[in-house]
Design a protein around this ligand. Sequence first.
Ligand code: NAD
Length: 244
Amino acid sequence: MTDFEGLKALVTGGASGIGRATAELLAARGAQVAVLDLDPSSVEKPLRGYRADVTDDTSVREAVAAAVTDLGGLDIVVNNAGIGAQGTVEDNADEEWQRVFDVNVLGMVRTARAALPHLRNSAHAVIVNTCSIAATAGLPQRALYSATKGAVYSLTLAMAADHVREGVRVNCVNPGTVDTPWVGRLLDSAADSAAERTALESRQPTGRLVSAAEVAGAIAYLASPLSGATTGTSLAVDGGMQGL
Ligand code: NAD
């Protein structure tokens, strides 16, 4: 199936994890794909890598402009770059709150701002934001991270309303616990990472973590013409976690 033949996509945080799986899936289905990342050195053809820091407006604007020039337009933006944070409201200083909001929320705003003038020229314009079940699930020890994803969720709804009449759809995916290098790093920091992984898996209703490819599949659906009448919605990819 070549759902994305002729379409041009940009994926932030596309050098690792969910972003990488998404970039690879879109490319395999026929899209031309630009990856924006802090470190795009591992990005291989047919993907095109662009160095950008989503906390730096100039770097985002320059990378988006370069990608649009190279691809010859822009139809799909996957706003995915994000970082984690652990703790309660008592654990993180103001500077840490500002740093994580800068990446997880403002990073998506900057990318959307740079991309929207190009998306308005597309007959198939869509933005998919990587949110999280943390936006709505009330997870312990995730106050800061959850607040950033709550903001991403609200931002998705507001952007969908703002841009629907311009022909730009905006949706988000809400992954559960996904087996990516990020989660690998968290497990590695535990005293017994194998035992920690087993414990984490046993807390999943499915008995396993969600794969990055499964999140990529949901993003691809929301990015494809198959979901052409869907905007302002979120799609859970959490192995049933939210139903608990
Ligand atoms: P990851 O660490 O494997 O990949 C994140 C990528 O983002 C990396 O390539 C990194 O270089 C890039 N990045 C980070 N900061 C950046 C910046 N300032 N500018 C540009 N690029 C930057 O993480 P992942 O698990 O694939 O997570 C991707 C997204 O999925 C994040 O938004 C995260 O919040 C969300 N998410 C992850 C999980 C999970 O369990 N892994 C669950 C729910 C949501």
